[in-house]
Design a binder for this molecule. Structure first.
Ligand code: FE
Ligand code: FE
Ligand code: ZN
Length: 276
């Protein structure tokens, strides 16, 4: 059975997210670890986290895919911004232990005008400071569309970051279908080829989650504008191949499409149907 869900609001706590997930046919979900714009985080309610863990176990949930605030920039050219990213991620990784053994996804960041090489050095440096041997959370680098000066638009850039991290056992990659398509990879016409390249450069065992989004723009546009499944340039046939692919089908799939909850429920049912 496909492990699939969508982004959910944390406003009513952990258990409420699990209940909402069940109500839309999901068996995983994503959530922001704090305000997506990066403010301070609410204190963790241990009983609420325990109630979610019970609900997940009772209902056969797969791995959750938490998302760091998207304004964090681990490779900013400003020290205070990098310091903020470091503090947020270190704190988030402590907080993630309330729901042990899940994923924490983040955007590698934008190098501004420093160049990708400097960006890679700053991102791997930050990961070397925040990762802890005892953590149970796997940190995922998200593949990016290459908008502006984003780092992570190529598989090689992600590999270069991972190679420089000491505790790289705690690292993986989250493949965002809209982002790789916008980044220029032909997941519509040559999914096998893209995955073979990923395997060669990063290693397929690093691939831990999929953000499943259609794109409002043609391949290589470097725009990053998500579209509903089947309504964009990736298209429904490509999503059928994606959810059935032997190297992808057992991973958690997270929808980040422009939808409300009924829209997500419909997309979950659609993708479950395509996976069969
Ligand atoms: Fe993201
Ligand atoms: Fe994404
Ligand atoms: Zn995106």
């Amino acid at each position: 059975m496909l492990t699939i869900g969508c982004h959910l609001s944390t406003s009513k706590g952990f258990l409420a997210m699990g209940q909402t997930a069940l109500s839309i046919g999901a068996n995983t979900f994503a959530f922001f670890t704090r305000n997506p714009r990066g403010g301070s985080a609410k204190a963790i309610d241990a009983a609420d986290a325990a109630a979610l863990r019970d609900l997940m176990a009772a209902n056969g949930f797969g791995t959750l895919v938490a998302h760091a605030p998207y304004t964090l920039n681990p490779c900013s050219d400003k020290e205070h911004a990098r310091e903020f990213a470091r503090e947020c991620m270190a704190d988030d990784l402590v907080r993630m232990e309330a729901v042990p053994g899940n994923y924490y996804n983040f955007h590698p960041g934008s190098h501004v005008k420093q160049g990708a090489e400097k960006g890679i050095e700053l991102i791997s440096g930050l990961l070397n400071e925040v990762l802890r041997p005892e953590q149970t959370t796997t940190v995922l680098l998200e593949t990016m569309a290459g908008k502006g000066t984003e780092v992570g638009r190529t598989i090689e850039e992600l590999a270069a970051i991972i190679e420089r991290v000491e505790l790289s056992d705690h690292l993986g990659v989250c493949l965002d279908t809209c982002h790789v398509h916008d980044g220029g990879y032909d997941i519509v016409g040559d999914l096998d080829g893209v995955l073979a390249e990923f395997d060669r450069v990063v290693g397929i065992d690093r691939l831990r989650a999929v953000h499943v989004n259609d794109s409002k723009n043609p391949r290589g546009a470097h725009k990053d504008r998500h579209e509903k499944i089947g309504e964009g340039f990736i298209g429904i046939e490509a999503f059928a191949r994606i959810v059935r692919h032997p190297q992808l089908r057992d991973l958690p799939f997270i929808l980040e499409t422009p939808n409300d909850l009924p829209g997500y429920a419909a997309e979950i049912a659609l993708l479950r149907g395509l996976a069969e």
